[in-house]
Design a binder for this molecule. Structure first.
Ligand SMILES: Nc1ncnc2c1ncn2[C@@H]1O[C@H](COP(=O)(O)OP(=O)(O)OP(=O)(O)O)[C@@H](O)[C@H]1O
Length: 273
């Protein structure tokens, strides 16, 4: 269980990115974080593992407080939180396998990481994960030889290699096409559900969040303005989160995208568009 109590962040520039955010996420729950640009979604995700230092408030994971820990203890506790990034954050010149194993770096000593001699159990786990994300045949390829969707699969396997208690996922599909985005979301949801892993997913695509998330939290100007199920996310709630103008533009963009995808599929099937 993750608990946030009155989490507040004011950047040095004076920008108040989060205002007293309180929420809890139980085991196994998938939470989509939505909201307009600048609402504080990335800041919230990064305050949880203290990549961004909260100004005040508390973060507890499994009853253990992460806020206030010293650097050494924080490093140890960060292993409990896996992170998946929009731009994958892979080491491009390393192999897929080495990238997945790098998820274990928080556990092994300096020499193991320096010589890259990981324990056999770590290697077995990495193979299992590569198989799970559908990349078994690509284990020895360099990361820079993969497509965007495949890279994100490596990102997922690496985060899971950490055996985390929580996943923080920052715009996992922002660099992917709509079809690959859905495949990646489906994979994430399946894996989290299989192992009861809770996840907070910063997701700018509202229909994708509605399709895959169990719970949706809407942020606006650093405050939680919605917390409910995808079905409760009505037009009026979306207008409250995004403002009328932005929400209409977003919906229009999505309809055009869906139309173009349907046209392309029809053309492929030899039907008139
Ligand atoms: N490093 C920083 N220094 C100063 N202000 C920042 C910094 N990072 C973010 N902010 C400000 O904090 C607020 C929240 O930003 P954040 O990136 O968390 O929003 P977001 O909802 O993730 O936006 P987007 O969807 O565009 O990524 C914004 O006003 C932003 O300008």
């Amino acid at each position: 269980m993750l608990e946030l109590h009155d989490l507040t962040k004011t950047y040095r520039t004076g920008d108040r990115a989060l205002s007293a955010v309180s929420l809890s996420v139980p085991r196994g729950q998938l939470v989509g974080l939505i909201g307009p640009s600048g609402a504080g979604k990335s800041t919230l995700i990064r305050c949880i593992n203290r990549l961004v230092e909260p100004t005040s408030g508390r973060v507890l994971l499994g009853g253990r407080e992460l806020t206030g820990l010293g650097a050494r203890e924080l490093r140890a506790q960060r292993r409990r939180i896996g992170m998946i990034f929009q731009e994958y954050a892979l080491v491009e010149r390393l192999s897929v396998m080495e990238n997945v194993l790098s998820g274990r770096l928080g556990y092994v000593g300096f020499w193991t990481s320096f010589t890259r001699r990981f324990p056999p159990e770590d290697i077995r786990r990495a193979y299992r994960l590569l198989d799970r994300v559908g990349l078994m045949d690509h284990a020895d390829k360099r990361a820079d030889a993969l497509s965007g969707g495949q890279r994100q699969r490596v990102g997922i396997a690496r985060a899971l290699a950490q055996e985390p208690e929580l996943l923080l996922v920052d715009e996992p599909t922002a660099s992917l096409d709509p079809r690959t985005s859905r495949q990646i979301m489906r994979l994430l949801v399946e894996i989290c559900t299989e192992v009861g892993l809770p996840a907070i997913v910063n997701i700018h695509d509202v229909p994708l969040a509605q399709q895959f998330m169990q719970r949706i939290i809407g942020l606006r100007a650093g405050r939680v303005v919605f917390d409910g199920t995808p079905a409760q996310l009505t037009e009026s709630v979306l207008t409250e989160i995004y403002g009328a103008e932005d929400w209409t533009a977003m919906r229009k963009g999505h309809e055009e995208e869906e139309g173009a995808e349907a046209d392309a599929l029809r053309r492929l099937a030899g039907l008139p568009a």
